[in-house]
Every structure is written in C-alpha cells, then in structure tokens.
Design a protein around this ligand. Structure first.
Ligand code: MEV
Length: 308
C-alpha cells in the first residue's frame, strides 16, 4: 500500500493575476488531503473519495478529476491498464473551493503512486506531474496551487518559463480565518473569463494588473517586516482589484465585510473566486475566534488556521 499527502493552501495576494505572470504570495495551511493507493484486480483506476467538505463538490468536479488522473498517469508514463489501482482519498482538508483541494489531492495521489511503485520521483517531479493534472481543473493554471501543495510554507511565486519560487520566512505564524461561501466554483471558467475580459478591455485590465504587481511587492515587504496592519490593508486593496476584474461574488463580499466589521486586519477572496473561500487576517487566538464565530453564526463553514 502506498501513501501520500498534499497541503491545502491560501492565496494571500494575486490569484488570477498570477496566471498572467504577475507575482503572487501563497501559504500552505496545516491541513492535508491524504491518498492511499493499492493494486487491485479490477480495471484501470477505482477512485473512492472519502473527503468531506462542500456538499456536491466531488460530484461537481468528477469529470475534471477523471481527466486530471488521466493527465497525471500519462505524464508519469504509468500504465493503469497494466497496473490497475484503487485510490482512496481522505485527510482533514475539506473540499471547499479556493483552498487548493484539487492540487492537494493530485499531489497526494502522485506521492502515493510513487510510494507504492517505488518510482523515486523527486519533489520537483511530483510538483510538475500534479501541475499536468491541475490543467484539467483550471485550464491554464499558474502552478501556484500545486507548488504550495507539494512544498508547503509561505511562498513567493512568479510564473515564467521557469517558475520563480521563493520561501518567505516570517517571524512567527499568524492566525487566519477562511470562510467558505458554500458555492462550488468552476475555476476553469473563471480563469478563462478573466483572460477574455483582459483581451477585450486591454487598457482597463492592464492598468489593474500593473497595480496588482506594484501591490504584491509592498505586501512582501510588509510580511517580511511582520507589519500585519499593513499586510491587512494590502489584502483589502487586493480584494478591490479582484472585484475590478470581476471574480468576486455576493457571498464572498458579505463574508469579507463581516470579517472587517469584526476587527480583521484585512480580508479578501482567496483562490478562484466567484464562490469558494475568503480569507481574513486575524492575528491572535481571540480575534480569530471573534471573526470565525461571527461567520458561523451566519451559517457559514469556517477554518481556523495559520499562515507562515
Ligand atoms: C486558484 O487557486 C488560483 C488561480 O490564480 C488559478 C491559478 O493560479 O492557477 C485562480
């Protein structure tokens, strides 16, 4: 039996912009999807998905998941007809949209196949393989999700011919709250929508993209200086930029406003947007609890976790 894990993630700055080469900052969170792989006597891949999370998530993503598994096994030159396998998914990372569930699941599966069949893949190869699978979920993914899912930690990421990936070390981890709108979003469509609008309204979009690029350098400095008030303000600004490229949503904006009202240092949507999750910066257990319980009172699922 082979085992593998992949981390969930939160994007703190510049989802979507990152697809087009603008740097972004993401952090892995301490929740993982776990995969177990056993050889079986059936045909091809038998997938048992025991992950918990947003209702309907696994069903909604089933076609993408199957395409992703085909892409991943083809890329690995792993013959599933010759080596039929049963994959069981579990772990404590919920299947919320925006939390990197697809990338975490692919990294976990690739690691588990690697483990069971003793393929000796390096982390870099595991990351590249998971990226191939991510294309099924996100169309033209930047690679930030699978990178966070593979390596963990707080990361600076810039997509390029060779991606620039840098670990950012901060003084100590910071509490965050992730609020789930409960809306499953189709990341592929949202990413494609941004591309279409960017081509249609180049002047307006290029200006926002330039602002997002300027902002992320300030955010990096604020994080490294552990100036959390400033990090929060910049998250608020980044949310505004994401609204300008039209990837926000009613429930996301509601949760972002609620978090700010309850004292979060900053709040924004995170991940693909439209539905999915938002993130609030809430240093200290007490503030984290205040913000998290306010969201729960409104009937939303939340995660209390940390970045860094
Ligand atoms: C999804 O978690 C993040 C996006 O920027 C897509 C990507 O970077 O691949 C929306």
């Amino acid at each position: 039996m082979g085992f593998g894990k992949g981390y969930g993630k939160v994007i703190l700055f510049n989802e979507h912009f990152v697809v087009h080469g603008v740097p972004a900052i993401a952090s892995a969170i301490d929740l993982t999807t776990d995969a177990e792989v056993v050889r079986h006597s059936g045909k091809g891949i038998d997938l048992i998905d025991n992950r918990k999370g947003t209702k309907g998530y696994s069903k909604e993503k089933y076609a993408h998941q199957m395409e992703a598994l085909k892409r991943v096994t083809d890329y690995m030159k792993f013959n599933v007809e010759k080596n039929p396998i049963k994959i069981t998914l579990g772990g404590n990372l919920p299947t919320f949209s925006g939390i990197g569930a697809s990338a975490a699941n692919l990294v976990a599966i690739v690691r588990a196949i690697n483990d069971e069949f003793r393929l000796s893949l390096s982390d870099e190869e595991i990351n590249n393989t998971a990226y191939e699978g991510e294309r099924a979920f996100a169309g033209t993914p930047s690679g930030i999700d699978n990178t966070a899912a593979t390596f963990g930690g707080l990361l600076w990421f810039k997509r390029g011919e060779k991606n620039a990936i840098e670990r950012l070390a901060i003084k100590k981890p910071v509490e965050i709250v992730m609020g789930n709108t409960g809306v499953v979003a189709n990341t592929k469509e949202v990413v494609a929508g941004v591309r279409e609008r960017k081509e249609k309204y180049p002047e307006r979009y290029n200006k926002i993209f330039e602002e997002a690029e300027e902002l992320v350098y300030k955010a990096r400095e604020a994080l490294l200086n552990y100036d959390l008030k400033r990090v929060g303000k910049l998250m608020n600004e980044n949310h505004r930029q994401l609204q300008d490229i039209e990837v926000d949503g009613k429930e996301l904006n509601f949760l972002v406003d609620l978090a700010r009202d309850k004292g979060a240092f900053g709040a924004k949507l995170t991940g693909g947007g439209v539905g999915g999750c938002m993130v609030a910066l809430t240093p200290g257990k007490e503030l984290q609890e205040t913000v998290a319980s306010a969201m729960e009172k409104e009937g939303f699922q939340v995660l209390r976790t940390k970045i860094g």
